[in-house]
Design a protein around this ligand. Sequence first.
Ligand code: MIC
Ligand code: SF4
Length: 757
Amino acid sequence: MMTAIESTPEFVKTVYERTRSRLKGARQRLARPLTLAEKILLGHLEHPDRAELDPGKAYLELNPDRVAMQDATAQMALLQFMLAGMDRTAVPTTVHCDHLIRARSGAAADVARAVEENREVYAFLESASARYGIGFWKPGSGIIHQVVLENYAFPGGMMIGTDSHTPNAGGLGMFASGVGGADAVDVMSGFPWEVLQPTLIGVRLTGKLSGWAAPKDVILKLLDILTVKGGTNAVVEFFGPGCASISCTGKGTVTNMGAEHGATTSVFPYDARMETYLRATRRGAIADLANANRDLLAADPEVEAAPEKYFNRVVEIDLSALEPHLVGPHTPDLARPLSRVPAAVKENNYPAAISAALVGSCTNSSYEDITRAAAVAREALAAGVKARVPLLITPGSEQVYATIERDGLLEVFKRFGATVLANACGPCIGQWQRDDLKKGTANTIVNSFNRNFPARNDGDPATLSFIASPEVVVAYSIAGTLAVNPVAEPIAVDGRTITLSAPPPAPEVPEKGFVFKAEGYVAPPATPASVAVQVREGSDRLQLLAPFPAWDGRDFVELPVILKAKGKCTTDHISPAGVWLKYRGHIDNIANNLFLGAVNAFTGVAGKGKNPFTGEVMEFSKIARDLKGRGVRWIAVGDENYGEGSSREHAAMEPRHLGGAAVIARSFARIHETNLKKQGLLPLTFAEPADYDRVREGDRVSLVGLSTLAPGKPVAVVLHHADGSRDEISCRHTLNADQIGWFRAGSALNVLSSKKK
Ligand code: MIC
Ligand code: SF4
């Protein structure tokens, strides 16, 4: 039967009814009050009566209500889905074209160029969407998470998305999690989503945001507290009286950027602010349903009364005391209140001059965000001052764009000297053709994005990227320097000074309502099966996949270590985006970027290592390819929180494609660890984290006893050093029985295709 792509009231009603009935059994089993996250999780269990429940240990089988994919990850996801042999997706699914548009001269020209440059990729995505009954959002229609919030998210629902910032929908009370494409393929094929049962972090908000403090500062403060790995395998659930002072899209900012502390998702309870947003986005009937099911959409009252009894950890944030923050460079958890920035700039020798300011990204591109940012620009214009550094604005969606245009905000930005870019990811993902600076010039940028890993925005590791709220970014664009606190100190401009006042609270939804615009949406045809999926033979952008070979049943013996990564090794280090985004549908071509940003622990140099056979120093991808040619599998070694950041499964498929067998790290980020398992690699952690130091250059590694690999059972690992000595160490893994099956079969997809429902 054809399911609607939309989250129709009938659909939402069914979800609430199903949740209620599944919760009944779960409540009996647990016999205690439940948090909101637990209600949604238990309400989406495939087997509520018999599922093992053990936070941090048990794997849950869940039935998400929706799937969303963006163009850069959808390519691989759909190529895998094609191998699954399904006729159409089992749950409502959408594809959003937002990552492939290069920001250069402004919205219209950039979209036109992107359509030209990515013609065959868009044709593939559109035809595959049509073929499998998926809703398709064309380039220029908006950033996935903003479009999902405006159209598809609903309180109490569960969705997965092939993008790490999918938790944005938590601002509308949805349990929304970022996953790799292979997870999405499971759910699109009618199988459950398997995820480690998260532990629970409760964040109690008190007080009220005021002055320059913005929703962004709530998450920047939380990142400061939790750090980039503090949320791993946990759900962050907000509660307390402060929640009411944050709008729905503001809540979205907070949950969206929860990706940066690694949480499985973050979620707010349903409240009047969400109701306002639902009604303003033409979903009054869903607001009515939510109102009638409030008990499902918030924690039980006992939880708020004694949170420490129900959460593994409780964090308190007093919004009234919150100062505006700036985080960075290079990591989103290096937070400082603005008042401390000038001193930190001196101490650390950061370039004080700002070379560019950027507002936008899925985290901060709502109507409210743009309005607050425009208010700062307006005040400056009234004082005769414009942006003193290039200011680039990316609205989140067609709807936001059309509405800010009608309300005169675009005009304000134009007068202020800003460039308005396409409704897309743009510079947030390195799609920024910067012609103003020579590569390698140390420089500082400020933006309202979410990640600031080296080279992320402009492909240049010499750029220091700092993150703040949109209004603070505009204030910095006026100051042009980090040496002053632009929200508290007078700013010197052309021989005089101006002092900015805090922007007034912005309307959370436009007073005149949103301009509804969804010209970029293409619904699937009534008879999808007749559509041919377009993949040109010999294309350098798209390549059909072949299944990875099954494990041969033998131990891995004396495999070379091609990379020992030191320090932060995010997915941007493993498989950079920017110029490489163009190969996201071509496994062999994109594999040429393997480990390009990873820092070699033996040399401190990024992207290169020593070929274990020839001794030659070369790019890691070349080493891997050479070993593959010789029929030799290999190992990579990682540090803490290996694979932090994006959901891109390329970071797991590339090593697999080029012959990687295992990654041994001190710890893993959740999505990446799952991606490795899904693609048939073994993610192992050092039982003794200090054993990381035992790995020497030129080592060969044996993984012993793999035929008896079992859940919870450590793996014996032998490090054979070049001088003939050896170290025997123990490694852990988190594979459950099913996941061991993926390893044996060669990948999760091989298992899925063999048991297609
Ligand atoms: C990102 O912000 O890093 C991305 C680009 O949106 C990724 C997805 C991708 O790499 O395509 C993410 O966050 O998952
Ligand atoms: Fe796009 Fe940036 Fe959001 Fe990723 S974080 S979805 S690149 S806007």
